[in-house]
Design a protein around this ligand. Structure first.
Ligand code: SAH
Length: 269
């Protein structure tokens, strides 16, 4: 590259852990990249297996935000394609904007490739649907307050009052708080909770089916205290329900853009 142009920095969602859950676009950028910075503890090293020979690959474990952005800026001045691999989707709890702003300030072009979030991967592991007709049609991605404060009106207790699906990130060490806030919001202590540790990581994934009252004990017994998704939802376990309200999407009497309902077909024929 000449000195007057800089490369582009791509923030690529690496997915939840299984390298096959990376998007084709993400894989293509990894293969094209001259330099890759990956988030060591959460992105499987396998995610960089498509990198070309000679690509500079660096683990960001141990680097603070300033060191990360300095690295990205330095590499973008040297190379055409620089990739920052982020766990799950880059737009969820990934400090994306904190990294983008210094790049903007340097006039470096930025792109984002979405990824499969651990919330989606955890639901998939449990064969759960996060929405169900007449049960809940809403999903909230949140975390409980620990060292990072949550804004006013977003305490778990307040959010849980909607009795919708709650995908709770970054909170496995705060399960006691999760329990007490759900109970305070009126959830029953037997309400099911799903915890998935290292969802989709080959050979490392653990799944806990618990209730509000026993989930902490179960996680303790399995020594789960990091990298876990907590899903509290009135939909958990629906696979085993004898009675299920069916979605209108596949209802034979429901018309949408791509399919005419049986009733309508009969009326028009
Ligand atoms: N951007 C990421 C979230 C980063 S915050 C995403 O979209 O998934 C890190 C938190 O995500 C962890 O504390 C944990 O709650 C969750 N997490 C990340 N990877 C996970 C995985 N493979 N299994 C379960 N939870 C995971």
């Amino acid at each position: 590259m000449n000195n007057t142009t800089t490369g582009k920095v791509w923030f690529v969602g690496a997915g939840p852990g299984d390298p096959e859950l990376l998007t084709i676009k993400g894989q293509g950028l990894i293969a094209k990249a001259n330099a890759i910075l990956f988030a060591g503890s959460l992105v499987s090293a396998a995610a960089v297996r498509w990198a070309k020979q000679g690509c500079e690959i660096q683990d960001s474990k141990g680097m603070d935000l300033g060191a990360i952005t300095d690295w990205l800026i330095e590499k973008a001045r040297q190379y055409a394609t620089v990739v920052r691999l982020q766990t799950g989707d880059p737009g969820l709890y990934g400090a994306l904007i904190e990294m983008v702003q210094p790049l903007d300030a340097e006039g470096i072009e930025v792109g984002v490739v979405p990824g499969v979030s651990s919330a989606m991967a955890s639901a998939a592991v449990g064969v759960e649907s996060l929405t169900l007709p007449e049960v809940t049609q809403t999903v909230i991605f949140t975390r409980v307050e620990g060292r990072t404060p949550v804004p006013k009106g977003e305490s778990l207790q307040e959010l849980a009052q909607h009795h919708c699906t709650l995908c709770i990130f970054l909170s496995i060490t705060l399960l006691k708080k999760v329990q007490s806030e759900l109970l305070a919001a009126g959830w029953h202590e037997d309400s099911p909770i799903l915890v998935v540790y290292k969802a989709s990581w080959p050979g490392e994934e653990k799944i806990i089916h618990g209730t509000i009252s026993n989930v902490r004990e179960k996680c303790r017994a399995e020594k789960i205290n990091s990298q876990a998704m907590i899903i509290a939802s009135p939909t958990i376990g629906a696979r085993h329900w004898p009675e299920l309200k069916k979605s209108k999407l596949y209802d034979k009497n429901f018309t949408h853009r791509f399919r005419k309902s049986k009733k309508k077909k009969e009326a028009t024929s």
